[in-house]
Write a protein that binds this ligand. Structure first.
Ligand SMILES: Nc1ncnc2c1ncn2[C@@H]1O[C@H](COP(=O)(O)OP(=O)(O)OP(=O)(O)O)[C@@H](O)[C@H]1O
Ligand SMILES: [Mg+2]
Length: 333
């Protein structure tokens, strides 16, 4: 059974959707099967991924369509149940149902065995749909900006999550977003956050204009600029949460069969190039030239090649499938 992860905060514009996209895309690049679910009527998830889905969550929640029939494949290993403005009119209809708090949970349940992670992008208020997302979630991730009001709001949100879930156990990460390390206030507030929530607080995601540019282009940060600070920070978050959730890279396996969606209007800048039969990811998006290294493969002695994959620097061998990867730490933009 896959985990259901709600990414939530009552505040708007603090990087929830950006976190959902780049956390999920990073997990998918590591070989996880991931389903994204947008419960925000703004429909930003589809835009951020450059997808134009024909069917949406409204059909699942109001018309009783099967969630499986309303998925759109947006990337290898990454499917989406999208939202649009119709979801606004769905809320009163759902609220009238006696089982309203569990409508989303029931709709997603049949898909849980098909995915390692179902990641729900919540809107910025405590709507019927956001409560549904929290009820369905096995794990809750809370992005937050590092500002005085955000931190005060966070205490309220944590109390609500604890009450709703019958304990604080499902809150698994607080992700500081839009972090500007140059200001003393940011540093002090980050330290305050860490003192209050300890290990729950992940390494911050720094302000990086490449992240907003990538969303505007309908690309993940790994496609748009895999060497940017944004790619490196989100790749680190992927590592931290993969470890927490005990997700290990899997050998190639088939993704659920969903009709293909239109691809983003603009292709990734330098790729994709795929190292032959790389065992770590089912279908990695690799950017970079796949250039030759002067090193020999420690396994078979053949030539090693190099590429950058989603914030990782990868050395790989075409002959024996040897692969070594480390977080990219070179030139940052
Ligand atoms: N680390 C970052 N650096 C720079 N810009 C960022 C960063 N994270 C997010 N943004 C930008 O900030 C804006 C808000 O981000 P996002 O849409 O992810 O927030 P949200 O919490 O989902 O908002 P909403 O509540 O409206 O759904 C977007 O334009 C996004 O591209
Ligand atoms: Mg959003």
């Amino acid at each position: 059974m896959g985990r259901i992860i709600a990414v939530t905060n009552l505040k708007g514009g603090i990087g929830k959707t950006t976190t959902v996209v780049n956390l999920s895309a990073g997990l998918a690049l590591k070989g996880a099967r991931v389903l994204l679910v947008d419960v925000d009527a703004q429909g930003n998830l589809a835009m951020a991924l450059g997808a134009r889905p024909r069917r949406t969550l409204y059909e699942v929640l109001v018309d009783g369509a099967q969630a499986a029939d309303c998925r759109t494949a947006v990337r290898p290993n990454l499917d989406l149940i999208a939202a649009d403005a119709t979801l606004l009119t769905a809320q009163p209809t759902i609220a009238r149902r006696p089982d309203w708090p569990r409508v989303l949970d029931q709709a997603l349940r049949p898909l849980r065995t098909e995915y390692d992670f179902i990641v729900i992008d919540c809107g910025g208020s405590l709507t019927v749909l956001n409560l549904n997302a929290l009820n369905a979630a096995s794990d809750v991730v809370v992005p937050t900006t590092v500002e005085p009001f955000s931190i005060r709001g966070l205490d309220m949100l944590v109390t609500q999550i604890t009450r709703l879930k019958g304990g604080a156990g499902s809150l698994c990460a607080i992700v500081p977003t839009l972090f500007d390390a140059r200001t003393r206030q940011s540093q002090e507030l980050l330290a305050e956050l860490q003192a209050r929530y300890g290990q729950l607080v992940t390494a911050p995601i720094r302000v990086n204009v490449r992240l907003s540019e990538s969303s505007a282009r309908g690309q993940t940060i790994y496609e748009y600029d895999p060497r940017s600070r944004g790619a490196i920070d989100y790749a680190q978050l992927v590592e931290r949460l993969s470890e927490l959730w005990r997700f290990a890279p899997q050998p190639t396996r088939p993704a659920p069969s969903v009709p293909a969606a239109p691809q983003p209007a603009t292709p990734p800048p330098a790729g994709p190039v795929r190292p032959a039969q790389a065992p770590v990811s089912a279908a990695p998006v690799v950017t970079g030239a796949g250039s030759m290294l002067s090193l020999a493969c420690p396994h078979c002695g053949g030539p090693l090649r190099r590429a950058t994959v989603a914030g990782y620097r990868v050395a790989y061998c075409d002959h024996c499938r040897y692969r070594r990867q480390e977080l990219a730490g070179g030139t940052r933009r």
